[in-house]
Design a protein around this ligand. Structure first.
Ligand code: ADP
Length: 161
């Protein structure tokens, strides 16, 4: 059984994340989408909410599991018996940091490899921050996030605004 972990903040999940989830779940036997809860920034959605939004989005993918974690990814991967970390690459600017992290994680856990999946061209510009920026300024994020979570984002930004 080949298990991979896809870590991220997912605050909130976007169509770019969903694209990576679908493609990674087709390559591995099981994909663990791991929501990081040791963030410095105050998130728009707390860890439980981010997991719930992800669950709603991926309900037709049987080999995808949603979890959360804090601390070291290399340790969490070992605990979960994962052989790979999945990272999405958007632009050259993602590369330098991800390259450093991949080497650090391999040093911490030599059995763990990082697998980079290229973004689909239509999601190249897309990040959770872009979605939040548009939403708090009253813009329509319908083309950026899964339809199942659109209302949650609108309600949250209305309440906070
Ligand atoms: P953000 O979406 O704000 O960049 P995350 O921490 O939630 O931040 O991202 C989790 C992972 O998903 C990272 O590996 C990131 O590179 C990848 N990712 C995010 N958006 C996209 C996208 N549009 N296309 C491909 N990968 C993406």
């Amino acid at each position: 059984m080949r298990i991979a972990i896809y870590p991220g903040s997912f605050d909130p999940v976007t169509l770019g994340h969903l694209d990576i989830i679908k493609r990674a779940s087709a390559v591995f036997d099981k994909l663990i989408v791991a929501v990081m809860h040791n963030q410095n920034k105050v998130p728009m959605f707390d860890t439980e909410e981010r997991m719930e939004l992800l669950r709603r989005t991926i309900n037709n993918l049987p080999n995808v599991e949603i979890t959360s974690f804090g601390g070291l990814l290399a340790d969490y991967a070992r605990q979960q018996d994962a052989c790979a970390i999945i990272k999405g690459l958007r632009a050259v600017s993602d590369f330098e940091y991800e390259f450093q992290m991949a080497l650090a994680n391999r040093k911490l856990n030599p059995e763990l490899d990082t697998v980079f999946l290229m973004t689909s061209a239509e999601y190249m510009y897309l990040s959770s921050s872009v979605v939040k920026d548009i939403a708090v300024h009253g813009g329509n994020v319908a083309g950026f996030v899964p339809a199942e979570i659109l209302d949650d984002i609108m309600l949250r930004t209305r309440k906070d605004g």
